[in-house]
Design a protein around this ligand. Structure first.
Ligand code: NAG
Length: 188
């Protein structure tokens, strides 16, 4: 009887642990907040300098969340110019300033940017066996896109560290490979 009771209790405990583990995993996942559809772009309005513009009719997911931050958060490094006349051609959101390509600065996907709470904070970016500290100055907006305001660019993915040339240089990446690479980042 005693053994039977114990095994029942163990079973209930295991089921409980299993379920709570599932629920935890569910809470950690970052699901799309919505989607936008590429529309017709007025001629000459597509700024092709950075990424390609939204394709008419194509659906793009939007995100207000990003994957959870850890001491080695996985991310995808992209290249951006924060200079006047650069990719976005508007000053950085955090300080309303432009930043030289020779200064290590980054924009983060909306979830990580977290309503400006990461503004002017420094992150350590690791990749290619090296690391560099860069300041967060802007948002890579994953919550909207394909509109006039955003230069008809698709929404940012939710795992982007969009970095100035200086970051790519500091990681020792040959110029021919600048543009996209897996990295990890952490709070500096
Ligand atoms: C980030 O680094 C810059 C440059 O070293 C520094 O001026 C700034 O105060 C740092 N920001 C924070 C929040 O520590």
């Amino acid at each position: 009887m005693k053994i039977n009771f114990l095994s029942k209790a163990t079973f209930v405990l295991l089921v409980f642990l299993f379920l709570s583990n599932c629920l935890n995993i569910g809470a950690e996942k970052c699901h799309p907040s919505g989607r936008v559809k590429g529309g017709k772009i007025p001629s000459g309005q597509c700024n092709e300098e950075g990424d390609l513009c939204c394709v008419p009719g194509k659906i793009y997911p939007t995100y207000t969340c990003s994957p959870p931050v850890s001491s080695h958060t996985k991310a995808y490094l992209t290249l951006n110019s924060f200079e006047k006349g650069g990719d976005g051609d508007s000053p950085s959101k955090c300080d309303n300033q432009y930043h030289s390509d020779y200064t290590p600065v980054v924009a983060l996907s909306s979830g990580w940017f977290n309503h400006r709470s990461m503004c002017l904070h420094n992150i350590t970016i690791s990749g290619n066996g090296r690391s560099v500290v860069a300041m967060v100055v802007d948002e890579c907006d994953s919550s909207k896109g394909c509109d006039k305001h955003g230069g008809y660019q698709p929404p940012c993915a939710n795992n982007i560290v969009d970095a100035s040339m200086a970051v790519w240089k500091a990681l020792g990446i040959p110029m021919t490979q600048w543009g996209g690479m897996d990295i990890t980042w952490s709070h500096a």
